[in-house]
Design a binder for this molecule. Sequence first.
Ligand code: PLP
Length: 413
Amino acid sequence: MTSSMAASHSVGKVAKDVIFGASAACREAVSKYGSEKVTNATIGAIMDDNGHLACIPIVEKVLRTLPINDLISYAPISGVPEYLDMTTALTFGDHRPDGYTAAVATAGGTGGIHHTIWNYTEMGDSVLTSNWFWGTYNMLCHEAGRKLVTYPLFDEKLHFNINAFSAKVDELIAKQDSLLIIINAPAHNPTGYSLSESEWSDVLAVCRKHAKIPGKKITIMVDIAYIDFAGEKNETRKFMQQFSNLPDNILTIFTFSMSKGYTVYGQRCGSMIGLSSSKEVITEFANINKYTSRATWSNVNHGAMALLVAINKDKTLQKQFEIERDALYQMIRRRGAIFMEEAQECGLKALPYKAGFFLSIPAKNATAVCDKMHDDLIFAVPLKAGVRIAVCSVPINKMHGIAKKVLNTLNTI
Ligand code: PLP
């Protein structure tokens, strides 16, 4: 009897959605006890302090007034040229590294990650990221016939674990000619960590060392999905300058996303920006990623690209937009600060949260911890190595006391 019609490489694929499970339990609690009593720390989107999905006001205003043709017509496969120029400029701010660049529009940041894995690693290769990582990286690698391997993100002092990173790069580069390294920073999901200038410099030193081996190709993908909630615009982009003039067998790709930065998650719009000291590598980048777009989704959301262009070409609108987005950043920052201060006071060992949507607490049996926290009507996401709290989604009045409750729960498990 045939029990599966799937091709051999697709047998057994099930997208395990732990976030969905946690939010289903949360919805049930809300219907039983009322939303006032329940803390939903599962959602990866900004909820305002009244518990509503936040939209940057100028984004809503501009989106609703875009000409219909901008919304319904096909966009160029590579993306609207003005959009590509603007996403490049927005990615680098005042810290544009020296080198050639090109941009290709993508379906969210996810689309850029997809293209990077497909076009810059060989079938069966291992892709490297840290042990705390966004679960979708694993699915994206698996779907493309690649493996995701990890190094411990933190050393014993809770700094970036450069020795572990270096050892893993050594090991992989000995086995394969192409190596893709994914680093999600600043404001990493799920820990909220941001590498310091000197940690970035150490990472690049390791890459430079291995790039000296003839025949090796290293791609560093910097996932900047949360960069606009990581601090002052140019301060958070300073590290990018360090990517200037790398050898031509190191390619850097920054994956830009409108999802968080413009609060338009469902509009599915992003941009991948390639940077290299070789003009040929960048011409190839534009060509092969455009090809993969055509062969994957064709063109991306024209309206979202028009939205970004409309906001950023008008300096007054742009200023207003930045002020409004900054208000959301400050809101998240205050929430994170409450948790981290209380964690320190009560002795809860949270990971070093610097900024962003999420923070994490290491835990051996995270599922049991999260289940037990349901008794306190707190809903968080269990990860392999700990519990993720979405500070982006918890109103400020509900942030107080969570750290202590997490600690108490950890002590009872
Ligand atoms: N990278 C990380 C680490 C994320 O958490 C997300 C979204 O959750 C993304 C990239 C990309 O999101 P999107 O495809 O919505 O732009």
